[in-house]
Design a binder for this molecule. Structure first.
Ligand code: ASP
Ligand code: MG
Length: 417
């Protein structure tokens, strides 16, 4: 019992039947005595359609009007869910972000929330009214509707939970966070718990379960977060496990995780490309001259490798970036050729990034070595490596993605018994 924010993604509200199903999940929590706010996404496919209409109207368009249009998807779902709840005898009303208000900065299309005034919502929740809130949007300093960027409803939900001092359950089409993508690794297991930091790495490595920003927010404001399935029947006995582990995966502080694995998951991303600039001068300022213009062109680079210079005069620089940015990056690099001076630039999009993630790495040696050995045993060549405190990533030939993920999953003892 307490304050609870329940967030439902697009597939969970894809039609009226599913909205009724969502309402039954809400009903269960209300009956359990919780004060509930719901944050909803647009019905599956709706936002894509709205974005596409903007593009068809004019390839280049006013971001404020884009926001006026794409924010409507969530308004539809919020209103529909409120109607269904009322029909079930549960007091409810819909709230658009601007009505609360959820204040944001003025970056239309990619706004960040700056302040949420939860007072009115809390008052109504305490009177037993369910607040159904539009995800993905707020109101900018210009008093116009703003949106948070694609996938932003997760972040809305966590921010609302932080403002209301509530726990946050994210209902989605998977039943939790897995040790690896279950479509690739049949032996993958659902985790009962994962730390904020590991979840953050997973999200930024491309695991689609939660928007990265939402995990950051949850970590900063210590919002108790749970990822769970909206397709598990609302009245299933599994919904409230007596041991308090929850039906999904709980994202929490690491000290709340009793049974710790050294590695908690293997992630992969095929959205990678590799660029090598050959024979640049080995002298101060060269990296700045290369990566400065790339940053200005809004291209984020990920791994960077600079080879040892054999003659002390020239070296090669290799880096990775998102595949969608490859063409632009090559243009930017070619444009700097006369200024920077290099022999040529080669690139490849047939690469994938495989990562092992785990907070246990901080205290256990040999995690990276085990990764390299497992890949070597499968004859997989490593093209680049990066590490953080709780992650080791390697770049490999894309064709070996599945093989690598499965081999590592087994090597770290993550396979389901
Ligand atoms: N409907 C928005 C989108 O598709 C926000 C969300 O669903 O998280 O990006
Ligand atoms: Mg989503």
């Amino acid at each position: 019992m307490g304050r609870l924010v329940m967030k439902f993604g697009g597939t969970s509200v894809a039609d009226i039947e599913r909205i009724r199903n969502v309402a039954r999940h809400v009903e269960r929590e209300v009956k359990a005595g919780n004060h509930v706010a719901v944050v909803v996404s647009a019905m599956a496919g709706t936002t894509n359609q709205l974005v596409e209409w903007c593009r068809q109207a004019a390839a280049v368009h006013d971001a404020r009007e884009y926001d006026a249009i794409v924010s409507t998807g969530e308004q539809i779902t919020a209103g529909l869910l409120a109607i269904v709840l009322q029909d079930m005898g549960i007091p409810a009303r819909s709230w658009a972000g601007w009505q609360i208000p959820i204040e944001t900065d003025g970056v239309h299309g990619a706004a960040r929330m700056t302040h949420i005034n939860g007072a009115e919502i809390v008052k109504r929740m305490e009177q037993g009214q369910v607040a159904v809130i539009t995800g993905f949007q707020g109101i900018g300093p210009d008093k116009r509707v703003s949106t948070l960027g694609r996938g932003g409803s997760d972040t809305s939900a966590v921010a609302v939970a932080a403002a209301l001092e509530a726990a946050c359950d994210i209902y989605t089409d998977v039943d939790g966070v897995y040790t690896a993508d279950p479509r690739i690794v049949t032996a993958a297991q659902k985790l009962d718990r994962i730390s904020y930091e590991e979840m953050l790495e997973q999200a930024s490595l491309g695991a689609k379960v939660l928007q990265t920003r939402s995990v950051e927010l949850a970590m900063v404001y210590k919002v108790p977060l749970q990822v769970r399935s909206s397709f598990e029947p609302p009245d299933s006995p599994n919904q409230n496990k007596p041991d308090g582990t929850g039906p999904g995966t709980i994202v929490c502080d690491e000290d709340k995780i009793v049974e710790q694995h050294v590695v908690s998951g293997i992630a992969y991303s095929r959205d990678e490309a590799k660029v090598s600039i050959r024979r640049v001068k080995d002298q101060p300022g060269v990296s700045a001259a290369i990566f400065g213009p790339l940053a200005e062109a809004d291209i984020s680079v990920d791994m960077i490798v600079q080879n040892l210079s054999h003659d002390g005069a020239f070296t090669d620089i290799t880096f990775t970036l998102a595949r969608k940015d490859l063409r632009k990056a090559i243009e930017v690099i070619n444009a700097m050729k006369s200024k920077v001076g290099f022999d040529d630039v080669v690139h490849s999009a047939d690469v994938a990034k495989i990562s092992v993630v785990g907070i246990g790495m901080r205290s256990h040696a040999g995690v990276a070595a085990k990764m390299f050995k497992s890949l070597a045993d499968k004859g997989i060549n490593i093209q680049a490596i990066t590490t953080s405190e709780i992650k080791v990533s390697v770049l490999i030939d894309e064709a070996y993605t599945e093989l690598a993920v499965r081999a590592l999953h087994q090597a770290y003892g993550l396979d389901k018994k």
